[in-house]
Ligand binder design. Structure first.
Ligand code: B1M
Length: 207
């Protein structure tokens, strides 16, 4: 499959080649979600596998993340909404202690593309950062991403505070180790496995 050029370029940490091969696929009319899922995301899964096996270390993960971001920047304009009417406001961030932001950025990008006003509070965001942003921007949904089992409990802290203070924001959780079961346990309004599902869920939650 030609998309393997995108995949290989991420695994070679070759930002220029990633950009070039993503552009090439776009100009050939390849489906954007295929470039994303079969090219960029599956390369990151392979990076994770190699890390688990001790073949890659943190620097390699960082370089691959950099290449993935270069590819996402090329894809971004192709994920844009065709109308400007806001569908609602979401505050999104990676929870306290978590520095992973590629999945979170992807969710943010697709939500923006779907017409939501997206307030991205970045990484390592604590409960107050989520809630201050939600208050300041009149959020409908607070979206939390976690990639580490050790940072997942921070999601529950934010949700508990929203409930304790009757703030009324809907909450969405996601990220590789997060499951529907965990989302139910901590009382999140919803969970989604990937960025496309996250958009669908946000649409339902703001209805
Ligand atoms: Co880290 N890391 N990392 N890492 N890293 C993982 C997550 C890991 C699974 C690797 C492994 O062991 N196989 C492992 C976690 C183990 C665990 O807890 N279960 C791990 C580890 C251990 C670590 C460190 C502790 C390593 C160390 O220092 N010894 C360290 C922790 C730093 C910290 O956060 N405090 C660390 C650091 C890093 C880097 C900084 C080097 C880099 C991140 C760079 C960056 O993000 N800017 C990095 C990377 C790149 C990875 C892997 C390889 C790739 C993650 C990624 O970007 N995937 C990752 C292995 C893997 O996941 N396969 C790994 C692509 C991205 C598109 O997918 O983020 O899952 P993802 O997002 C998906 C869905 O999950 C969903 O949508 C996206 C797809 O459409 N989604 C949501 C995400 N958020 C959502 C929110 C939603 C809904 C859906 O609603 C709100």
């Amino acid at each position: 499959m030609s998309i393997s050029k995108v995949y290989d370029a991420v695994l070679e940490f070759d930002d220029e080649l990633v950009v070039e091969s993503v552009e090439e696929e776009i100009s050939k009319g390849t489906n954007i979600s295929s470039i994303l899922n079969d090219g960029l995301i599956s390369a990151m899964d392979e990076v994770g596998r190699l890390f688990s096996e001790g073949e890659f270390f943190v620097p390699e993960m960082l370089m691959a993340a950099h290449s993935m971001k270069a590819g996402l920047d090329v894809l971004k304009p192709h994920m844009s909404a065709d109308d400007n009417a806001s569908k609602g406001t979401v505050v999104i961030g990676s929870v306290k202690g978590d520095m992973h932001d590629i999945g979170k950025n992807l969710v943010a990008m697709m939500m923006e593309g779907a017409g939501f006003k997206v307030i991205d509070i970045g990484i390592d965001a604590d409960t107050d950062t989520f809630l201050n942003a939600a208050k300041e921007h009149g959020a409908d949904v607070v979206c939390m991403s976690a990639l580490l089992t050790t940072t997942m409990p921070a999601m529950s802290e934010v949700i508990n505070k929203i409930k304790e203070d009757n703030l009324g924001y809907k909450t969405m959780v996601g990220g590789a180790p997060v499951t529907q079961k965990f989302a139910d346990q901590i009382g999140a309004s919803g969970y989604s496995e990937d960025a496309a599902e996250a958009v669908e869920l946000a649409r339902k939650l703001v209805k």
